[in-house]
Design a protein around this ligand. Structure first.
Ligand code: ADP
Length: 286
């Protein structure tokens, strides 16, 4: 993909055409590289649990073992199969949302109800992990889209917020708090209509470990995970696909997702989505 049309410098129509074609060639090359990197990463991520399964099975087959040892090896195989399943499901979801099928946006979704239900779903996990999960009063909001995909976005973001915030506060140095005053993990979810445009802004903010400046521009990249050592003890056992799935789904809904974060202060994800037509609100109110 290194060939380029020659620009003659005559600034006529042929030169303009050559510039346009070269621009398209550059974009095609970038796209192909992205596809290549994605495939290489996917293959690499699939190989890790597969190798672990193979090695457990080889150990099991290599000689007489006690029942406990066989059980342990089988439990390892089941764990790795679960990782494989998560990864394959996420890859399928990405392929689906990337294709931007028109069926994706199949109706009006009441976003405030969806937020409330999703938070209810995570309340038990948050309580169990000692993290407070709080929703500020939500206005009635309709967006045009796909309920399951939007639920997936909310689930990914809340799940990450709980996971990373909980383990941040489980570290002894953080748990002790400032001046011996113990602090607690907290996640706040809020939603506002934009006063100037027909858009809604949904924010999910935590007071967890935060993300460093070096990592922040990359966290929506496929397979990107923050280095374990820099997360100082927080779990990074995920696939690194969750946020790219969120981004793909939000873009399919003609919205944007951005992030603001400060190390040791916390992370805030900001989603902006176009509102559904007024009709949805009228129907809901009647
Ligand atoms: P993963 O499956 O690893 O969670 P994601 O794409 O969901 O993948 O997230 C990418 C990385 O972004 C995570 O590995 C983590 O390092 C960082 N991250 C995401 N959400 C948060 C958060 N709320 N607080 C701190 N770090 C986060």
């Amino acid at each position: 993909m290194s060939e380029r049309l020659k620009i003659r410098g005559t600034q006529d129509e042929l030169d303009q055409l050559a510039i346009t074609v070269n621009g398209l060639l550059d974009r095609l090359a970038a796209y192909l590289k992205q596809k290549h990197d994605f495939l290489a990463n996917a293959a690499h991520e699939l190989r890790t649990p597969l190798s672990a399964i193979r090695s457990s099975v080889e150990v099991a087959l290599s000689g007489n073992r006690t029942v406990d040892e066989y059980n342990e090896l089988l439990a390892e195989v089941i764990d790795e199969c679960a990782s494989l399943e998560t990864l394959v499901n996420q890859l399928l979801l990405l392929a689906e949302t990337d294709a931007e099928r028109p069926t994706v946006l199949d109706g009006d979704v009441r976003l405030d109800s969806l937020v409330t239900r999703t938070v209810e779903m995570f309340q038990g996990v948050a309580d169990f992990n000692g993290v407070r999960l709080r929703v500020e009063p939500l206005p009635v909001i309709f967006v045009t889209g796909n309920r399951n995909y939007l639920r997936q976005v909310l689930s990914n973001l809340i799940d990450n917020a709980i996971k990373f915030t909980a383990s941040h506060y489980q570290q002894p140095s953080v748990a002790a708090g400032v001046n011996g005053q113990a602090e607690r993990g907290e996640i706040v979810i809020s939603m506002q209509k934009d006063p100037e445009r027909p858009m809604v802004t949904l924010t999910i903010e935590d007071n967890g470990p935060g993300i460093g400046e070096v990592d922040l521009p990359h966290i929506f990249d496929r397979f990107y995970r923050v280095d374990r050592s820099r997360m100082r003890g927080t779990p990074t056992g995920g696939t690194g696909l969750g946020l790219s799935i969120c981004q793909s789904i939000i873009q399919t809904h003609h919205g944007t997702i951005t992030v603001e974060s400060t190390i040791d202060r916390g992370t805030k994800f900001i989603i902006s989505l176009p509102l559904a037509s007024k009709l949805a609100e009228v129907i809901a109110a009647s």
